[in-house]
Every structure is written in C-alpha cells, then in structure tokens.
Design a protein around this ligand. Structure first.
Ligand SMILES: Cc1ncc(COP(=O)(O)O)c(C=O)c1O
Length: 196
C-alpha cells in the first residue's frame, strides 16, 4: 500500500532549515565554534562570524550594526524590548488586542507590577483601530505587531510609528512573523525597536 503523503502546513510556526542556511550553520559550528569573547584565534573566528551576521541583519532592515542585539528567539526579543522600555516612572503602555503571547503576557506582567496597559481593539478585518485616543502624556511605550501570527493581518505600523514619534513616545513592533515575508526598513516603519 502506498504511504500516505504528509503535507506540512505550519510554516508560520517554524520551517525546516533551508539548504543555504544549513550550509552556513554547519560552516560556523565547525569552523567558528569558539567563544567570541575569547582573545585567541578561535575566539577571533567566532567574533568575525558574529560581526558578519550583525552587518547582514543591519543591512536587511536598514539599521546600524551597533543597533542589532542578538537573542535566543522571538519571545526573548519581545520581552527585552518591552521590559527595556518599561523602566521609568510613567506606568502606562499601549499594545494592540491581537499581540502574540510574547507581548500580551509581558504586558500582563507589567499590570501585575502596577502598570496600566491599554489594548487597542481591532475591526472586523483584524486591523487595529485608531491609536490616538489611547496616547497620553505619561505613555511610556507603544507596541504593535507587524504581521499577526494567526490571521496574517499586516498592521499599519508605519502610520502608528509616525504618530508616536511626533508625540515623543518610544515605539516597538513585533516583526517576528513578518520577517522574510515583507520588506522591512526600520526608517520607513518609523520604529525605535523591532523584534525579528
Ligand atoms: C508574532 C510572533 N511574535 C513572537 C513569537 C515568539 O517567537 P519564538 O517562538 O521564537 O519565541 C512568535 C512565534 O511564532 C510570533 O509569531
């Protein structure tokens, strides 16, 4: 009997590694496996690989290499961004109602610490409604997902970013799901922080 054909339809969650990426990964773990903080030549090789990657990522999103911070993944990037913005005295933040759990649960954590978080609702098409009524003089940050992870809606990040910049409010976008699917430019998106 013929074996049933399996079709994987969860590429939004993860994908098998592409051949080119696999070759790069293999080269790095075999040739540049040192600790980049080490001063010897094994460390130097690792440093060069990391710095080359930093240049590539920066170029891919129109950022400066010094602005790139490598993390273990999407959740850690989102948490680092939000908790990094939530350090000061104003304790008000704005997110959308359709953020990934990495943002929504981090916002819950802030609420447990006494923060007020507004969650902007979405319309029937899954797009966030107007942000303006939620912005306050004491708003410490705004975070809006770029590509929604369940329904794929692309949110109006550039417009929100422009509005926040005019108001002097730090603006973060979760582009974990959008990366590699739509062009990303941190300048065109008007974002201060982007998780990728
Ligand atoms: C939009 C979005 N943000 C954050 C994450 C979390 O990323 P990770 O699973 O790498 O922690 C995901 C994961 O699918 C995601 O889709």
């Amino acid at each position: 009997m013929a074996k049933a054909r399996e079709i994987y339809l969860d590429c939004g969650a993860t994908t098998p590694m592409g051949t080119a990426a696999l070759a790069q990964w293999q080269a790095v773990v075999q040739e540049a496996w040192g600790n980049p903080s080490s001063l010897h030549r094994w460390g130097e090789r690792a440093t060069m690989a990391v710095e080359r990657a930093r240049l590539q990522v920066a170029a891919a999103i129109g950022a400066r290499p010094t602005e790139i911070v490598f993390t273990s993944g999407g959740t850690e990037s989102d948490q680092l961004a939000i908790l990094g913005l939530a350090t000061g005295a104003p304790r008000h933040g704005v997110i959308s109602a359709v953020e990934h759990a990495a943002i929504a649960r981090t916002a819950d954590l802030l609420v447990a610490r006494g923060w007020q978080i507004d969650r902007v609702p979405v319309d029937g098409g899954g797009r966030v409604e107007d942000l303006a009524p939620f912005l306050r003089p004491d708003t410490a940050f705004v975070s809006l997902i770029l590509g929604q992870n369940e329904v794929g809606t692309l949110q109006p990040v550039a417009a929100w970013g422009k509005r926040c910049r005019a108001a002097g409010i730090p603006f973060h976008t979760d582009a974990v799901q959008a990366g590699g699917r739509v062009p990303l430019s941190v300048t065109e998106l008007n974002v201060d922080l982007l998780s990728l």
